[in-house]
Design a protein around this ligand. Structure first.
Ligand SMILES: *[C@@H]1O[C@H](CO)[C@@H](O)[C@H](O)[C@H]1NC(C)=O
Ligand SMILES: *[C@@H]1O[C@H](CO)[C@@H](O)[C@H](O)[C@H]1NC(C)=O
Length: 439
């Protein structure tokens, strides 16, 4: 079964043919396949060529979703930046206008990726990175036309933690000639780079935005202190469990604020942890289920798997997601700030972008770890003032601020939560163009 799926592993078909039966034929080309990244570990990827007569003139962007266990080929593709939305209607703010976009379902077990046995799941970010390196080496070898095209990695949430680790390994592999590509930079969107800085700023952020009273602030800060103690003692599995407890304390004190956008509240999504439920199960419901909404699951396991034609019969999109998350639980609360520092020193272009209304990875927390970087450009960066960016839709309204010095940039995206392209599609596309220098 596994072999069958990944034997040639490479399909290349004009989407005009493939999209028969889907409502909106695409102008651009696409391709997809599986790569066996380890024994029993099959990784699915989906590439959209830039929607331009000469895609070679535009960069290549790899998109990494969060979770871990969230699917780029599903959520990122149909809910955020792909050429079609969840109703298979063309997306006006698709990133395919500015770049070729490669979605990869990682870690293995995510989306249409799958493992043959439990011991094939990744349990740390180092394995996640080495798995992706196998995929990228395969990708650039099979598609030499992309070897000379500027290559960028964009990410969201936990995807940013993976993107940092992957970028460092890729930089080494390119220097050693193991992977042939023109790696330019990595963009970390609402990224889980320093989990503790996020947790420690939840209270102050919610208090300033009228979502906690004094009692609530004290409760949330106490819960955050418990997480800090576990992290300080390097008890990372315990820290992940206490992170979950801190979120329950927030829900109780805010009447169920949405962790992904503090200005929205969906009464149907209010969670109550049932007695005896494991914290992993609660966190899967809290964080992974929203990436696997019913209509997206129906799309992926219905018309999309039919169109793709290579998904093994017993593989369900999202079917292994909760295992991906639970196998990574011991690694979840570890920071990767040192990796970002190494990337900056290595000359990789690093961009941090964050949504103003995101709670789970609030901007205050990002500012804290950025200010602790050892990068020698930091003091010059700190002395700069930010520059406003007009909202691309209403030109007299500010859509973002940004600041850049040497190979580091920070974008503050206004009126957006955790999923910036879903909340502010035109601004996200504008930011993409600025980062990849198409604008
Ligand atoms: C699917 O079935 C094959 C053959 O029975 C098995 O080897 C594989 O592990 C199964 N995969 C999943 C994801 O259940
Ligand atoms: C980083 O971006 C700048 C443009 O801002 C570009 O000149 C430079 O080549 C990029 N760095 C790398 C490693 O490609």
């Amino acid at each position: 079964m596994a072999r069958l799926a990944s034997a040639p592993g490479w399909l290349f078909v004009l989407s005009a043919v493939l999209h028969r039966g889907l409502s909106s034929p695409l102008a651009s080309k696409e391709a997809w396949g599986y790569v066996d990244v380890r024994a029993g570990a099959h990784m699915f990827w989906w590439l959209y060529y830039a929607d331009s007569p000469s895609y070679q003139d535009l960069p290549l962007v790899l998109w990494l979703q969060g979770g871990p266990g969230g699917s780029g080929t599903g959520f990122g593709n149909f809910e955020e930046i792909g050429p079609l939305d969840r109703d298979l209607q063309p997306r006006k703010t698709s990133w395919v206008q500015a770049a070729s976009v490669l979605f990869v379902d990682n870690p293995v077990g995510t989306g249409f990726s799958y493992t043959d046995s439990p011991d094939a799941y990744a349990t740390d970010v180092a394995t996640v990175a080495s798995d992706m390196l196998v995929l990228l080496e395969n990708f650039f070898t099979q598609r030499p036309e992309f070897q000379s095209i500027p290559f960028h990695i964009f990410s969201e949430s936990y995807g940013g933690k993976m993107a940092a680790a992957i970028s460092l390994e890729l930089t080494k592999a390119v220097a050693q000639g193991k992977v042939k590509c023109r790696f330019v930079g990595v963009a970390l969107g609402d990224s889980w780079i320093s989990p503790l800085d996020s947790v420690m700023t939840w209270g102050p952020y919610l208090y300033t935005t009228s979502l906690l009273d004094d009692y609530g602030l004290a409760d949330v800060n106490n819960a955050a202190q418990a997480v800090k103690q576990a992290v300080d003692q390097q008890q990372f599995a315990k820290a992940t469990e206490l992170w979950s407890v801190a979120e329950t304390v927030i829900e109780q004190n805010t009447n169920g604020v949405n962790f992904y956008n503090i200005l929205t509240q969906d009464p149907d999504e209010k969670l109550t942890s049932s007695a005896g439920e494991s914290y992993i199960s609660l966190q899967v419901r809290r964080h992974l289920h929203r990436l696997h909404g019913r209509s997206l699951s129906e799309l992926m396991n219905g018309p999309i798997r039919k169109k793709l034609g290579i998904i093994p019969q017993n593989v369900t999109w999202g079917g292994q997601a909760e295992y991906v998350f639970s196998y990574m639980a011991g690694d979840f609360m570890k920071p990767v700030v040192d990796i970002v520092d190494q990337l900056l020193t290595a000359g990789v272009n690093v961009t941090v972008y964050n949504g103003q209304l995101d709670l789970i990875v609030d901007t205050m927390g990002q500012e804290l770890w950025v200010k602790r970087l050892k990068w020698d450009g930091l003091s010059a960066f700190n002395q700069l003032k930010w520059t406003p960016v007009d909202d691309p839709v209403s030109r007299s309204i500010t859509g973002a601020f940004y600041k850049t010095y040497k190979n580091f940039a920070f974008y503050w995206i206004l009126k957006a939560g955790h999923m910036i392209p879903s909340d502010q599609g035109p601004m996200a596309l504008q930011m993409l163009k600025m980062i990849i220098q198409q604008d």
